[in-house]
Design a protein around this ligand. Sequence first.
Ligand code: C2O
Ligand code: CU
Length: 411
Amino acid sequence: MASTTRLTAEPVVAQILPEGSGTTPSLGFNGSTPGPLLRVNQGDELVVNFENRTGEPSSVHWHGIRIDNAMDGVPELTQDAVPDGGDFEYRFVTPDAGTFWYHSHSRSWEQVARGLYGPLIVEERKPPDVDADIIVMIDDWWLEEHGELRDDFDSMFHFSHGGRLGNYGKAIVSQSAVPKGDRVRLRLINTANARVFPVDVGGVEGNLVALDGMPLKTLRPIDTIHLAPAQRADIIADVTGDIEFSFWTGQEHYPLATINIEGSNPSPRTSPITPLPPNNVATTNGEADMHVTLRMQGGAMGGQHPGDDIWSFNGTSGVQDSPWLKLQRGTVVRMTMVNDTFFPHGIHLHGHHFHELDGEGSLGPLRDTSLVDARVSRDILCVFNNPGKWLLHCHTLGHSVTGLKTWVEVA
Ligand code: C2O
Ligand code: CU
């Protein structure tokens, strides 16, 4: 089955601040930011007629989809940026069910910060039994008093520190009220260009069931969910009160959104919450064909490094003509990601999901973006089985453009 849709990237005016406090001229798709919900069935083909009317070159990346490389939307590697007034047909199969998103991959540190993104949901063949499926897109905007975006996208200060952190956090929810006793699926997506959100969710009892679109084998308690830019988390839970999303700033619980109780469900579900069916991602027992190190260096207070920009991976800043790794299809790579900087980095690999490994080397959850805190390291294990040229970069987008990116070729 194929479904066809049109996505027009264009200037929009968004209501980010509370009604009456000013509006935000920004970018969006089909008249709004976030752009329209794209919802397809697992295994279907999605055809998107993308039109660029933003006034500058752009392209669309389908974050987390194990996609045909030619459709990955990366101007440096997989296509030319689409000029203003131009269009491009994206056409790809969605092999995995889960919570994904799409966003600009051209001047992304500015275009994503301006709102050029939207949700992409791939439905399970047999979806879990819930009353409501709610999308929660979390962003943090850097706004002037009356709502205009602060016009300092190319700030060296932001690039060399934590990225373009905002002053106004907000979650846009796809449903504003819910009956008490309903069982809901909440799909959290961090669309911020820089901020790591430690998200708390109040008013529900249930479990974390998926990360970055991939079902967890074993359900987890909800607790605080640390979401790096681009990361997602799915919750299935029963509603016990107003659902409140907030994050801990270090000083206070900052409210992001509330879904209010309205009425109550006369026959709440009593069945246990169970794991989602797994996706068919290639995996191993933990054995790797090769072991590589990816060292992050640079940034403010970071000292000397050999790269020619603010940040580097293994001493090299940015995308070079030849890949960092050239791999035969199917190679299993263990990668030790070492963060030698004073800032956290959420490292995203295109076209694949990989396991995070725990201290003992056992396989943790499958992810497409791994948060590596300042001064720590983390091992991942990836079966590189998707042919093509794949970007590997920090999803703090101002870090990526100033050096924290490289690429891998799978032949
Ligand atoms: Cu979410 Cu290189 O992208
Ligand atoms: Cu970073």
